[in-house]
Design a protein around this ligand. Sequence first.
Ligand SMILES: Cc1cc2nc3c(=O)[nH]c(=O)nc-3n(C[C@H](O)[C@H](O)[C@H](O)COP(=O)(O)O)c2cc1C
Length: 192
Amino acid sequence: MLISVDLSKAYRLLNHGPTVLVSTQHGTQRNVMAAAWNMPLDFEPPKIAIVIDKNTYSRELIEASGSFAINVPCRAQAEMVVKVGSRTGRELIGKTPDNKFASFDIPTFAAEKIAAPLVEGCVAWLECKVISEPHIQNTYDLFLGEVVAAYADERVFSNGRWHFEGHDDLRTIHHVAGGGFFAIGEAFTIKA
Ligand SMILES: Cc1cc2nc3c(=O)[nH]c(=O)nc-3n(C[C@H](O)[C@H](O)[C@H](O)COP(=O)(O)O)c2cc1C
């Protein structure tokens, strides 16, 4: 039995890739937001694509710095992901604290190749440099990034594979809509 899906909800059929945190820094300004619309784009050099809305403060910092980090958060961080995805860092400028990391008590550590801080407690991190494509940035809010460094928590990712068994709190989270998430589920392998 097929049901027709309203076109306004069609994105939800694809929306359960991992929701990520995008962290940014330009000069002394730093920020973090949630982003569900992201995907890998190429192997070598590795590239990713991500939608960064025009109204976000993150976009301003990405365009100014030419770089950003993708942090892959886990089940234990879901509440924080929704918080940083529901408030703009722009409203904190000139206040104390002046950024979402301090405001929401989000610990960070330094990236190697870019200025943006990386979020502690995530399970993977990708440092990205913007591949400038003004047309798709302006028309579709779509940013391409070349991945210049990547790390993962070896408890759940090693030898190029995710393995979440025994680590429910570290499972990646997958937003569909309206605060509804899935935590990544059962793994299985098919031999070709
Ligand atoms: C679960 C979740 C997923 C989101 N996905 C995206 C996304 O893919 N692209 C985007 O531009 N905004 C997305 N948002 C909204 C931004 O995170 C939100 O606008 C944020 O407040 C921007 O912060 P900033 O202005 O400090 O950069 C998402 C929000 C949530 C809660």
